[in-house]
Design a protein around this ligand. Sequence first.
Ligand SMILES: [Zn+2]
Length: 424
Amino acid sequence: MQTLHSAPIVLPVSADPIGDGAVLVDGDRVLAVGPRAELLAANPEVRERAWSGVLTPGLVNAHAHLQYTDFEELNSLDQPFHVWIGRMVEKRATFTDAMWGESTRRGLHMMLRAGITAVADIVTDPVGVLPPTARSGVGGVSYIEIVFEDARSWSESGRALLLERLASGPAGRALGVSPHTPYTVAGAVFADCVAIARDKGLRLHPHVAESPAESEYVLTGTGPFAKSMTEFGKSMELIRDGGSGLSPVQYLDKLGVFGPDVHAAHCVHCDPTDREVLRARGVYAALCARSNKILQSGQPPVADYLRENSPFGIGTDSLASTPSLDLLEEAAALRTLAVSQGYEADDLDRRIVEAATLGGAGAMGLADVGRLEPGARADLAVFSVPESESVTPESAYGALLDAAAAGTHKCLGTILGGTIVHRG
Ligand SMILES: [Zn+2]
């Protein structure tokens, strides 16, 4: 069954904007993208769905924890990251698999209502989280998280549990591996997680260089994370050895973690050498500027990433540390940050929208999402922007971000694998 989705402006992102454009969808795939008149002339019998507004690829969220959607109260704690994570651990202990499932479902609905059709989701409790995620049909990868592991707990139970979880994931959902951070996973365990993932051809997605406390821990083996890991009774090489003398990025690179099968969340505390390492290894950053602000972690150097052509996507992170699961709002915040850091080139709007689509796809190694072109998954989103009559194909990237920055954008429709799953 073919459908022609048309709109006054189509942003394929992987190609130039099209005025009075359309996307021909056959089943769950895009068949053609171009001017509406041309596609209608070639397919006169086709059923047309005429949208108003700006039609884009479904947005790709490069970093989330859908299971923490019901942890919204934690996003207003006004505490730094190392305090916040303690509260996370306390609240986690009160949740059951059924509650994780419910929380995940709410997160999936929020994302679909915001035009997000693929997600890099960190999964700490797969029994509750994976079934609703697989059922939703949302694209992307669910990364099974490894956290609070030293060599002993890993060999006693952690390693076997990871292998079991990777073997028993539900059909229809790609799995990956997420060794949480260099301060919650011992070095040897981190390296083993990477080896397991590579052996199975799975992608990796750790958190890297998020907070100043993480940088301190990796450099000197001290600070609040050293204190809490010791309290947890974990035996960590970096505490024992007085740190690595390196930044988080350079430490993980020395462990052999980075390659084109990895994307790293946050990458806030990355100096030019760190960024060069990430770029050289083909590692995308997933920037989550609003979460970093709430957790007082610092600002990701987005202007530098842009100037240096470092690859990056945009993530919302979880509702426990961000005000919404709306990726367009996240993208608008990142644009504001780039401007405040002195980025002035006129490609900014386009590149930020690319990061929210192509960037997330590249981060997960997916060639068929985040773009509208023949053969891509038929994942589409339609956004209304105020005064849409005055928006031209050239100004559409900026108009989308302006509307999101002002809170006046609205997702009019989300099409997932060719099916309309949200109509606003
Ligand atoms: Zn995260």
